[in-house]
Design a protein around this ligand. Structure first.
Ligand code: BDR
Ligand code: CA
Length: 305
């Protein structure tokens, strides 16, 4: 059994990652921590709760986390995920979110409690994790595994020609996490771009006709539409965040290379993730370089939605 915390900025593919984690029998989803990213944190928080409710998993706790990058500001564009983060299915957040505990404190507390048994899957800017290891540096050596959807080591980025979104939104946080010594598996665009969900797949959800499948089909259609405008040559939309959940549970879905990864902060290559050949330490990051996309897609559809 994989004890998991999902750190998300829900987000359409984050919602699909939550659904996959909730339905995989091998996962015990302890909680969901949220951050800003594709939309402000109040949206990620509200959206995560609504997704869990739709899945009949409202008992899983959700925590509100970071509101902005460590050193930068964030402006939102609803182009890929919608202004509400979920393809305009939920609309504006009515009231600011109230969460019992801050996401960063929850992460620290759960890492101390479960130690090597805990897997954290982060599918958002890495601000929450960076804040957690800054506040309690000893947790770096305690946590079992951190699987991060982020970066593009061998292929182009999706925000600039170098940088992937989760890294470039808070590059200082990403650098801190990737240089911390945490046991990381980096699931970047190099592999996630190979996992494509198609219009025909979403049509099957629609046919199911349950409230949850209709909700999921509606927001995923928004994402498919955005993808088809941005990448007319692709036959679908990438399941970036669900693949990170898949890799956390089935590490043999991917081939990895151990690497010290650094995040560029220079203006002309901001957010680029490259191998740091000059770091003396043994690598603690495994970079995913190949994926068995067919096997992953089969598992995803067997469980979602
Ligand atoms: C990442 O950015 C967001 O758009 C997705 O949810 C994913 O986490 C892909 O670059
Ligand atoms: Ca995300």
């Amino acid at each position: 059994m994989v004890k998991m915390i999902l750190d998300v900025d829900t987000g359409i593919d984050d919602a699909l990652a939550i659904a996959y984690a909730v339905s995989l029998p091998a996962v015990e989803l302890l909680g969901v921590t949220t951050t800003y990213g594709m939309a402000p944190v109040d949206y990620s928080y509200r959206n995560s709760r609504k997704v869990l409710e739709a899945l009949g998993a409202a008992h899983i706790p959700v925590y509100r986390g970071s509101e902005k990058p460590l050193k930068r500001s964030r402006e939102y564009s609803g182009k890929i995920h919608g202004n509400d983060g979920l393809g305009e299915t939920l609309g504006p957040v009515e009231a600011p979110a109230a969460s019992s505990e801050h996401a960063v404190d929850y992460l620290i507390c759960q890492i101390r409690k479960h130690q090597k048994e805990l897997t954290i899957v982060a599918t958002a800017p890495l601000t929450n994790l960076a804040a957690a290891i800054t506040k309690a540096p000893e947790i770096v050596g305690m946590v079992g595994k951190v699987v991060i959807m982020g970066g593009a080591v061998m292929t182009p980025g999706n925000v600039t020609k170098f940088a992937e979104a989760n890294i470039i939104i808070d590059p200082e946080a990403a650098g801190l996490v990737l240089e911390s010594g945490l046991p990381i598996t980096l699931v970047g665009l190099d592999v996630t771009r190979k996992t494509l969900l198609t219009q025909a797949d979403v049509a099957k959800w629609k046919q199911k006709g349950t409230p949850a499948s209709a909700f999921f089909a509606r927001f995923t259609e928004f994402y498919l539409d955005a993808y088809s405008k941005l990448h007319p040559y692709l036959k679908g939309c990438a399941l970036h965040d669900p693949l990170a959940v898949g890799v956390a549970v089935y590490p043999d879905l991917v081939q990895t290379v151990p690497m010290n990864v650094k995040v560029d902060l220079e203006d002309n290559a901001l957010g680029r993730t490259t191998e740091d050949l000059y770091r003396a330490a043994e690598p603690t990051t495994l970079v995913c370089v190949q994926v068995d996309a067919d096997r992953f897609m089969k598992s995803f559809f067997a469980h979602v939605i």
